[in-house]
Design a protein around this ligand. Structure first.
Ligand code: FE2
Length: 336
């Protein structure tokens, strides 16, 4: 491990010194390569039960707890997830960092859309920049994705973070600067790794119609330990003109039945099912300022919000983390 960490640190150091793009690509490629050595979960694990950990928000019922990120500890995160299913953290990133990522996402979308003959609103007319730090889809090792899926994702407002060496570098650096790495290593009691499939830069226009609900665990391997961090880069959610997400504000510790009750997909949960199952605990739609974030894991039931009131494009960063010994192989673990 130390040797791998040292090689990544050297690439970062060289980039800092020279500013040359190929060091960013090298760093990204090492994370991809080393990530492919992460073994599938070797064993089941004893799930934490509500009686095992204190509830850090004992007065709160049928809602998602929230707090300032600076006050968060791994014990509070564990308690919030086990008792409430999610945790909102305010001021995860400051304004300057938010602005930097919004620009990085624009650059990445701009460069990546040159690679596809798509009918996009702001389709670039310039030629592909083969040396761009913003989009490099050539990855080392085994094939992780079908190239056509990148074009499809672009049309729905997302790009895989690891296809942008510059944003990927900045994001991991920013996570480390706010000690997210230390917090998650403690949360998992293991080394934290990332996921290629589930690390996504989002620049999404409001939905034209309601989407189905889902638990991300419905399409992940079993025996995993996960946590997702979704960072809003726009003011969004209830009471704004920009869509956030709706959540069932309750800890679920299993994957609910999918594909029934008029669900659109075999992995999704219909609005009918949610209304029927959670009569006493109706969905909530939090409001975020740009820079706020929410943590939840693969059992959380959620959906992108839909309303004709939402008219504005939303920027966000979604990053799923796994404990290295309990990572979902089918989500392509990446080394951190
Ligand atoms: Fe999801």
């Amino acid at each position: 491990m130390l040797k791998l960490d040292q090689r990544i640190a050297e690439a970062r150091q060289k980039f800092k010194k020279t500013g040359h793009t190929h060091h960013l690509v090298h760093e990204r490629n090492m994370r991809v390569n080393f990530g492919q050595r992460v073994a599938p979960p070797q064993s089941q694990y004893e799930k934490i039960k509500p009686g095992d950990v204190p509830n850090p928000f004992p007065g709160l019922k049928n809602d998602i707890p929230e707090m300032e990120y600076k006050d968060l500890t791994s014990d509070i995160l564990t308690g919030a997830i086990i008792h409430h299913g999610a945790l909102i953290v305010r001021n995860f990133f400051g304004n300057g960092i938010v602005e930097n990522f919004r620009k990085g996402i624009d650059e990445t979308f701009y460069e990546s859309s040159k690679h596809f003959a798509l009918d996009l609103q702001d389709k670039p007319t310039e030629p592909i920049d083969e040396r761009s730090p913003w989009f490099r889809r050539q990855l080392p090792g085994e094939k992780l994705f079908d190239p056509g899926s990148v074009g499809f994702m672009l049309m729905t407002g997302s790009v895989w973070t690891f296809l942008s060496p510059a944003v990927c570098h900045d994001l991991l650096k920013s996570f480390e600067d706010v000690n997210l790495r230390g917090l998650l290593d403690e949360y998992f009691d293991d080394r934290t790794c990332l996921s290629f499939n589930k690390s996504v830069l989002r620049r999404m226009d409001p939905l034209g119609h309601p989407a189905d609900w889902h638990q991300d665990g419905a399409f992940m391997d079993e025996h995993i330990k996960s946590i997702n961090l979704w960072v809003a880069l726009s003011d969004c959610g209830a009471g704004t003109d920009c869509p956030g997400m709706d959540f069932v504000p309750k800890r679920l510790n299993k994957i609910m039945p999918t594909g029934i009750n008029k669900a659109k997909y075999d992995w999704s949960v219909s609005h009918e099912s949610v209304s029927e199952w959670f009569k006493d605990c109706p969905p909530v739609t939090p409001t975020y300022k740009a820079g706020d974030a929410i943590f939840f894991d693969h059992y959380n039931l959620h959906v992108t919000s839909y309303s004709p009131e939402y008219t504005k494009r939303r920027y966000a960063l979604e990053t799923w983390f796994f404990a290295q010994k309990h990572a979902a192989s089918n989500q392509s673990p990446m080394y951190w």
